[in-house]
Each structure stands twice: as C-alpha cells, then as structure tokens.
Design a protein around this ligand. Structure first.
Ligand code: SAM
Length: 222
C-alpha cells in the first residue's frame, strides 16, 4: 500500500498557533521533508519531536522528488513543511504536490491546515475579501514596472509580500501610481512586534519613513 503525503501548515511566528494535529502528524510520520531543514529542525526541537528531517526545496527538486516517491511507494508516510505558514503558496510545496499527484495518483495527499500569512493579513484588512488577488513578491529588476502597473490595474483586494529591504520602495511605487489607494501593511503578524498600518499609499509612505521596517511584511491593497 502506498504511503501518505501530509502537507502541514506551521506557525508564521507564534508557537501558540501550533495545533494538536500538526504535532501528532509531525511525530507520527516516517520522515519530514522541509523547505529549510534548519528551520524545520528548530520547530521539531521546540515540539520535542525526533522525526528525521530531509531537504526538499526548489533547488533539490530533481534529486529529492525521487526519494519522496520512493518513500511513498514503500508505504512510508511523509510530511512536508515550508519555512512558515501553509505550504504550496509561493514555496516548493506546490511543485511537490503536483509531482506526487501526477506520478502516484493513488497516493493520499492530506492537508493539515493551519496558519497562513495571506489569510491572516486578509482577516484583519477590513477590505472586501470575497475575491482577492495574490501577486507575491515584486521582481527586483526585470518586470518590476509591469508588476506595479498590474497592481495599479487590479480592481479587487490585492495581496503582496515584501521584505525589510524593499518595503519602503514598494510602497513608493504604489504611491507614485495611486497615492490615494487604501492599504494595510501587516508587519510581523502573530509575533511580538506585530504592527498593522492603515492608510492611503502616500500616507503610509510617510509613516514608513519614521517606522521600524524590520521584519516580514504583507501589503493588502483595497
Ligand atoms: N506559504 C506561506 C503562507 O501561506 O503563510 C507564505 C510564503 S511567502 C513566500 C512568505 C512571505 O510571506 C514572507 O516573505 C513575508 O512577506 C510574508 N510573511 C510570512 N510570515 C509573515 C508574518 N508573520 N508577518 C507578515 N508577513 C509574513
């Protein structure tokens, strides 16, 4: 009988968001594949779980997918965790599921739901979120202007990721096209220094100039 692949969501910062099902799954599987083994080992250590951790990321796909398929063919159960949040959304989890679903269509793929940075930000944005558009990170160079033009053209709630280094530049790009577009900037969600900024793009551009811009960010545009 084929093994089962569990796609396990993990905290986006706050360990109290660990669920009982997440813990029992990571404990009971034969092996955990992880986007970053150090991040996963640190999580398992905190949970006092000793399951073996192996790498599966964008770079190791070709090599590791064979090992994943072999494990499942031998009837072993596997968990996959990304760095944080729900796998499959802008991380290698999507490609892993695609390969397993294609090459072993009879293998069970079981989601273990939990934290997601996007859904967490949407839940407090106060904009209509019945429909939303996720645009991921802005390209650093090639395609950058087109990306922000597309953001400006979006007519539904739109979600972007950003890092410490580029948050101010990104809000500047939005403000240069749509100074009055309303934004929510969610920084360090679920963590000690969680900060939610609300305002127009030009107001938030000014606010960021005097705010702490360390950490992880999600920008939601109305
Ligand atoms: N799959 C993940 C999920 O569903 O939560 C999202 C992966 S995405 C590549 C990671 C990006 O989400 C980070 O670079 C950051 O922009 C954002 N992010 C992750 N954790 C966050 C947090 N605690 N607060 C704010 N943004 C966060």
């Amino acid at each position: 009988m084929l093994g089962t692949l569990y796609i396990v969501a993990t905290p986006i910062g706050n360990m109290q968001d660990v669920s009982a099902r997440m813990t029992s799954t990571l404990q009971s599987v034969d092996v955990v594949f992880a986007e970053d083994t150090r991040v996963a080992m640190s999580l398992l250590h905190k949970l006092e779980i000793k399951t073996t951790v192996k790498r599966y990321d964008h770079h190791s796909h070709d090599r590791q997918i064979k090992e994943v398929l072999d494990e499942l063919e031998q009837g072993h159960s596997i968990a996959y965790v990304s760095d944080a949040g729900t796998p499959g959304i802008e991380d290698p989890g999507g490609r892993l599921v695609e390969s397993v679903a294609r090459d072993l269509p009879d293998a069970l793929i079981v989601p273990i739901p939990g934290p997601s940075a996007i859904i967490t930000a949407l839940s407090i944005c106060g904009f209509p979120a019945d429909k939303f558009f996720v645009m991921g990170f802005a390209p650093k160079k090639k395609g950058r202007q087109t990306y922000f033009d597309n953001v400006a053209e979006s007519t539904i709630t739109t979600v972007l990721y950003e890092s410490t280094h580029r948050i101010e530049k990104t809000v500047e790009e939005i403000a240069s096209r749509q100074p009055d577009r309303r934004l929510v900037i969610a920084r360090e969600l679920t963590k000690k220094f969680e900060t939610i900024l609300r305002g127009t793009a030009s107001e938030l551009m000014e606010q960021l100039a005097t705010s702490n811009t360390k950490g992880e960010f999600i920008i939601v545009l109305e």
